[in-house]
Design a protein around this ligand. Structure first.
Ligand SMILES: [Zn+2]
Length: 220
């Protein structure tokens, strides 16, 4: 246990004024807003529910804070175990390798390149991302990392996404960075060209069409 980083406790956080701040935010948490059954006879068995969970979460990064600070500077910081040499991004404070007995890792700057491990093409999303549909959520191995990180892959034709394709990391403009995963995204390596259309790509292209149409309606 001695190797674990110290956990910040509440005594170093100033809770004064928190009550006032919390009153400005509609802090309702997971509340069932609506529970109703259908009105027309044929739908009388239907139960309709709506959930409001647009609440404020506050969390601390603790020993992982350098990762967030680096994002603001346009850098990706991963970690490397001094014992076994495993590199991980996103970073891990302690090595995951059981033989290393929670060895504290070192910070390493990651290259802004990676390999796409797996992906999904999203046809629906949270409200804030609806107009970006359809988009690709990619799991990428950045540099030598043994773990993948999920983020958006910006690609003009989502159906051309391929496993093992090389990708690059792109950062948002400095003034837009917030020290969070949304500060960066992936794009295909400019040197990469997709393989020709095939049955699977055609199937996915077809599936994307109603999504494009729906987003056009949203944008009207
Ligand atoms: Zn290790």
């Amino acid at each position: 246990m001695a190797k674990l980083h110290s956990t910040p406790n509440n005594t170093d956080f100033n809770w004064k004024g928190w009550e006032k701040i919390s009153k400005l935010i509609p802090e309702r948490g997971w509340v069932w807003q609506n529970y109703r059954t259908g009105t027309s006879s044929d739908k009388s068995e239907w139960v309709e529910q709506q959930i409001y969970y647009d609440m404020l979460y506050t969390f601390r990064l603790g020993a992982l804070s350098p990762y967030a600070k680096a994002l603001k500077e346009g850098k990706l910081l991963g970690t490397k175990c001094p014992k076994c040499g495993d590199v991980t991004f996103p970073p891990r404070v302690n090595c995951w390798n059981l033989d290393c007995k929670l060895e504290i890792t070192d910070w390493v700057e990651m290259p802004l390149t990676g390999i796409l491990h797996t992906f999904t093409i999203c046809g629906f999303a949270a409200k804030s991302a609806l107009k970006k549909l359809p988009f690709v959520l990619a799991y990428v191995l950045v540099g030598e990392s043994k773990t993948a990180v999920a983020n958006i892959l910006k690609i003009d034709q989502p159906w051309h996404t391929e496993t093992n394709m090389p990708v690059i990391v792109k950062f948002a403009k400095e003034e837009d960075r917030v020290g969070n995963i949304i500060d960066f995204w992936f794009e295909p390596d400019p040197k990469w060209t997709p393989s020709p259309m095939n049955a699977e790509k055609e199937r996915i292209e077809k599936l994307c069409q109603p999504v494009y149409e729906w987003v056009r309606i949203l944008n009207r």
